[in-house]
Every structure is written in structure tokens, then in C-alpha cells.
Ligand binder design. Structure first.
Ligand SMILES: Cc1ncc(COP(=O)(O)O)c(C=O)c1O
Length: 283
């Protein structure tokens, strides 16, 4: 695989990252994930805006984001993925620093690593839905930053896999936040309800597109706190993410939605979402 590392396109197994990189030492960095469908990136600019936000919150500067789309096009071409769906990762750390100190050395420059992987949409989960569990949110309180420090997400997702569920949806102080790699929404009496943007959740790009689609479809929507007790009064539930797109949830912990099949509003949004992906080719 050809990857991009600090200004060069290289075979990924030839890339050597310093053990003194602050990403390795402290998980001191941010990342972003973009999706490519043949001939089109999904909401590329929105992903770059969020990356800029994450970097600004970490006070990591001098990253030239303007070139990232060009770099991804080149990675897709070099890896012969032009006609396939793929996912692109941008991993940015504050850089290499020795001797090791918590306080960042102001003169170091960021490490930038980018690569693409083939990723086809999951037709099975999209059509039939998934079961998810509930868990206490064990993360810090700056979940609005897409930080490379993902231990809480990894441990929780491992728990989901061990339990045989697709995802764990977290709650904090009795209110739903999000999943380990997804935002979550519910439908009650045809109203789409999702937790509000604050520092307890990531401002998902898919979530933003879904709310825009609700407007276009004249579907009422609310961004408000949702208590765990309220879950068994909901009619439908779905997950939203760049990787999972819109994935219906048929069961969450002990609450089964309707007959345990994907809901009508969910499937309508999923259909519109697919149309939206292919609406305007960018390249
Ligand atoms: C914790 C978390 N929430 C939500 C999302 C969904 O965000 P997006 O739709 O931008 O992919 C992700 C995606 O990786 C995530 O990691």
C-alpha cells in the first residue's frame, strides 16, 4: 500500500515513525476520516473544517490542510482504488520530541500520515439493522475534539464485540451521548430526535447531513437531551457515521423498536442519504 508521510508518498512498510513521536508517547494528536465513493468525496470540506477545529483546540498549528484533497486523490490513484468505495485516514500528531516532557516543545513540527483503505457499504446491516448495547460514557469531557486518544472507545467497542452487538451507545449522568464511533438518533411520533451538540459528543458530519435531509423532507427534528428511561418510548433508532452511514437499530439493550425491524423514517432517511451521496460528483 502507498501511504503519505510528511510530504512523501511511500510504500507503507517503508515508513518509519519515531518512537519519540508525541502521538506514540502521549496520544497527542487529532485525526479525521473521509469517505470516497467512486468519483466523489463525501462532505470533504466539512471534514476539513472539523479537522481544523480539532487541531486548533489542541493548539497544533502549521498544518497545510488545503492540500489534503489532492493528496487523497493521489493516494486513491496510486492504490488503484479509483472505481471503488474507500475510506481515508489523516493522522496528525504534534511531532517528535526528545527528551520526553509533558509540555510541548514549541519548535517541533507536526507528523502527518495519510492512507486509504477499501471499504464497501455494509448492505446487510443497512437493510436489516443492528442490535446495540448501552453503557456508561467513560470518556473525558472534550469529546468534541477528534483526538487520537481512543482508549475508552476501543475498550467499549471491544465490550460490544464480546457481547455480540454492533455498537455500544453511551450515556452520561442518565442522558444519551453517542456511540463509540457513531452518533445516534431516535424517532418518536415521526419526529427525529438526537442529542444536542456540546463537548460530550463529536459533531458528526453524517449527523449534520441527516438534519439537513430532515429539513428537505419536511421531517420535524429536535436536538435535545434524551434520558435513558425515555428509550422504551421511542419508535425507531439509527446510527450515523462516515463509516456506518445510516444504520438502523432494531434493539437497544432491552428496548426493541416496533417489531424488531428497521423503522419507516429511518429507511426513508437512508434512501435519501444514498441519493445525496451521488447527487453531485465533485471530481
Ligand atoms: C465518537 C464518534 N461519534 C460520532 C462519529 C460520527 O461522525 P461522522 O459522521 O463525522 O463520521 C464518529 C466517527 O468516527 C465517532 O468516532
Amino acid at each position: 500500500m502507498i501511504a503519505y508521510y510528511n510530504g512523501q508518498f511511500l510504500e507503507s512498510d517503508k515508513i518509519q515513525i519515531s518512537p519519540f513521536d508525541r502521538g506514540f508517547q502521549f496520544a497527542d494528536g487529532a485525526y479525521e476520516v473521509v469517505r470516497y465513493y467512486p468519483n466523489k468525496f463525501f462532505e470533504f470540506d466539512a471534514h476539513m473544517e472539523r479537522l481544523k477545529y480539532s487541531l486548533s483546540q489542541l493548539d497544533i498549528s502549521s498544518v497545510n490542510i488545503e492540500r489534503f484533497q489532492e493528496i487523497f486523490v493521489e493516494l486513491i490513484q496510486k492504490n488503484e482504488l479509483f472505481d471503488q468505495s474507500s475510506i481515508g485516514y489523516i493522522q496528525i500528531t504534534r511531532g517528535v520530541q526528545f527528551p520526553r516532557r509533558h509540555s510541548p516543545d514549541p519548535v517541533i513540527s507536526p507528523t502527518i500520515f495519510m492512507y486509504v483503505e477499501k471499504l464497501s457499504p455494509n448492505k446487510e446491516t443497512h437493510a436489516n439493522g443492528v442490535t446495540v448495547g448501552l453503557g456508561e460514557d467513560i470518556r473525558w469531557i472534550r469529546c468534541d475534539i477528534k483526538s487520537i486518544s481512543l482508549l475508552a472507545n476501543i475498550l467499549t467497542k471491544k465490550g460490544a464485540v464480546d457481547k455480540g452487538v454492533y455498537e455500544i451507545v453511551w450515556s452520561r449522568n442518565g442522558f444519551i451521548t453517542e456511540g463509540t464511533h457513531t452518533n445516534v438518533a431516535f424517532v418518536k411520533n415521526n419526529v427525529v430526535i438526537t442529542p444536542p451538540l456540546n463537548s460530550f459528543i463529536l459533531a458528526g458530519i453524517t449527523r449534520k447531513v441527516v438534519l439537513k435531509l430532515c429539513d428537505e423532507l419536511k421531517l420535524q427534528h429536535e436536538e435535545r437531551n434524551i434520558s435513558v428511561e425515555e428509550l422504551n418510548t421511542m419508535d425507531e433508532c439509527f446510527l450515523m457515521a462516515t463509516t456506518s452511514e445510516i444504520t438502523p437499530v432494531v434493539k437497544i439493550a432491552s428496548s426493541t423498536f416496533r417489531t424488531g425491524a428497521p423503522g419507516k423514517v429511518t429507511m426513508l432517511l437512508q434512501k435519501e442519504f444514498q441519493k445525496n451521496i451521488h447527487r453531485n460528483k465533485l471530481m
